[in-house]
Design a protein around this ligand. Structure first.
Ligand code: HEC
Ligand code: HEC
Length: 156
């Protein structure tokens, strides 16, 4: 009786293990291998890089092909490890710049409110645009006049 129960439990465990294995195989492709990482930390996994890529896409309002090239051999797919698209190297400099901003400047900033210190991200500047806007909307404000503000209306 005891042996029979152990047998049933063991086979149940085996079935569950097999089922979850085949489920995770269907649910997620086996992770890829990183080939050409120069700006991200070497410790980053494929899945972490892939997740960052989705964040890049949304922060800049672009698709993967904005930074990644299609080569003759890779067509019609993009070759993610290839460096032919010049935007990819600009993005690498942006990764380094963003890291420097956080490590050299933000980390030393004095902070007066109880909220945790913000981290500078691609989206801090880009906000959904490949080229962040440097234009300030001044419609609601006084226009600049080199003579200074107009004189006040005369009083009687
Ligand atoms: C703003 C530019 C940009 C966009 C958009 C972008 N990537 Fe990337 N991607 C990069 C950069 C830069 C690297 C290399 C990072 C490094 O050298 O540390 C990279 C690396 C990768 C790698 C690793 C390649 C390897 O093996 O070396 C994969 C995979 C990848 N990107 C996938 C994607 C996917 C999928 C998308 C769209 C969802 C995407 N990327 C969108 C800039 C971008
Ligand atoms: C401190 C602000 C700031 C941050 C943070 C920032 N960027 Fe930028 N980025 C800019 C500015 C400004 C430009 C436009 C430069 C120019 O005039 O060519 C730019 C340009 C770019 C371009 C080239 C766009 C083009 O069409 O030529 C890419 C790609 C890019 N950024 C990716 C990124 C990524 C990816 C991140 C995060 C890792 C990031 N940026 C973080 C300010 C920033």
């Amino acid at each position: 009786m005891q042996i029979k129960r152990t047998l049933i439990i063991t086979s149940l465990v085996a079935i569950v293990a097999l089922a979850s294995q085949s489920f995770s195989y269907v649910a997620q492709k086996p992770p890829g291998v990183l080939k050409n990482i120069k700006a991200f930390p070497a410790s980053m996994t494929y899945r972490e890089v892939d997740h960052q890529m989705d964040i890049f896409k949304v922060s800049l309002g672009v698709k993967c092909n904005y930074c990644h090239a299609q080569t003759k051999e890779s067509a019609p797919k993009l070759d993610m490890a290839n460096d032919d698209n010049p935007k990819k190297d600009i993005a690498r400099d942006m990764i380094r710049m963003t890291r420097d901003l956080n490590e050299k400047y933000m980390a030393k900033l004095s902070h007066t409110d109880p909220e945790p210190l913000q981290v500078v991200t691609c989206n801090t500047c880009h906000r959904g645009a490949a080229k962040p806007s440097d234009k300030v909307v001044m419609e609601e404000h006084r226009p600049f006049s080199p003579q200074g503000p107009p004189p006040p209306p005369p009083t009687k």
